[in-house]
Design a protein around this ligand. Structure first.
Ligand SMILES: [Zn+2]
Length: 331
């Protein structure tokens, strides 16, 4: 393991390698960018680079005891903090303070990786802020997030941001092939198109059960007509009951609307190679027919609002019902 293992994030890696190479890694870094693009993985590579015993350069050796322990995620100087029940609480931040009360045991730096840092609750974020204002020596905080805008501005202002991009289709295929999924090429192609640049989503759609669920869900959305009020209620209720899939459901709606928008602007389908759902072209054509770009943009805006309200325990069934009602009413 080392920076060389990170695929498809050259810019972020260059930025981090240059900090490490010059011995100037800031006390707090924000690793931001959408889900499933390798932010947490890269955080561990950085933890190796700053703690590697054999290499003083901008990359880790990957073989010394520190590198190996970090790769196995058992190094005493690297702490991973993750949400419990969708929240990072003040007790967890107190544990960080306690952990930082002692000098590094083995490595040169203590590295605290806070995954999904946007899930820090108010009290926890304020407690963390105090530490970020006066970080202990030999400490590096790596805040990992795909919802940067939900972090306190005061926390953001203490961090240097490193942006991670959506992964290219080539990068996604290479990662999947290294991970040895054993999936056939056509399925990989489909999953990669559907992923929107996220390896976690690509893996999700490599599962044929999840793929069938998408086929079923989107064909029902595509089949909605002005008389489909009952179908709208039924769909909204099902989605409301399936809390685990809510993010993925909204993602499917978003990508479906986006594809329809592409087809509206380019009815000949010349842009098909860029569609998320190229295999559902016929369904998409039917859905896009008779809808204007303005309508689809407004549906996408509505959906965005719904997505940003998700964290506030909104009633999903009602919110989705309202959205789908607009969808059928506008035909
Ligand atoms: Zn090493």
């Amino acid at each position: 393991m080392s920076f060389a293992e990170v695929i498809g994030q050259q810019q972020a890696v260059n930025q981090l390698a240059s900090m490490a190479g010059s011995g100037k890694v800031p006390a707090a870094l924000l690793l931001a960018g959408m889900e499933g693009v390798g932010k947490c993985f890269t955080a561990y590579q950085l933890a190796q680079v700053v703690n590697c015993r054999q290499s003083a350069a901008a990359d880790a050796c990957g073989t010394c005891p520190d590198c190996r322990q970090i790769a196995r995620r058992v190094h005493p100087d690297v702490l991973l903090v993750e949400a419990e029940k969708n929240q990072i609480k003040i007790d967890q931040v107190r544990e960080i303070h306690h952990y930082l009360g002692f000098a590094p045991l083995s490595g040169r730096f203590k590295v605290v990786i806070i995954n999904d840092a946007h899930l820090l609750n108010g009290a926890a974020a304020n407690a963390l802020l105090k530490t970020l204002e006066e970080p202990p020596a030999q400490t590096i905080f790596l805040l990992v997030t795909h919802r940067q805008q939900q972090l306190l501005p005061t926390i953001l202002s203490r961090c240097i941001t490193v942006m991670f991009k959506p992964l290219s289709r080539v990068a996604l295929k290479e990662i999947l092939s290294r991970q040895g999924t054993g999936a056939e090429a056509r399925l990989v192609e489909k999953a990669v198109a559907l992923s929107g640049g996220s390896i976690s989503r690509a893996r999700y759609f490599l599962d044929t059960d999840n793929l069938s669920w998408r086929d079923d869900f989107l064909s029902r959305i595509g089949a909605l007509t002005p008389e489909s009020y009952e179908d709208v209620f039924a769909l909204a209720e099902e989605v409301g009951r399936d809390a685990e899939r809510i993010d993925m459901t909204l993602y499917l709606l978003e990508t479906f609307f986006r594809d329809a928008l592409v087809l509206t602007m380019d009815p000949a389908g010349g842009g098909q190679c860029n569609l998320f759902h190229p295999d559902l072209a016929e369904l998409l054509q039917g859905f896009a027919a008779g809808r204007s770009a303005t309508e689809l943009l407004s549906l996408l805006e509505e959906l965005n609002r719904l997505q940003s309200r998700l964290l506030f325990n909104i009633n999903i069934r009602l919110a989705l019902e309202a959205l789908l009602m607009k969808l059928v009413a506008r035909r």
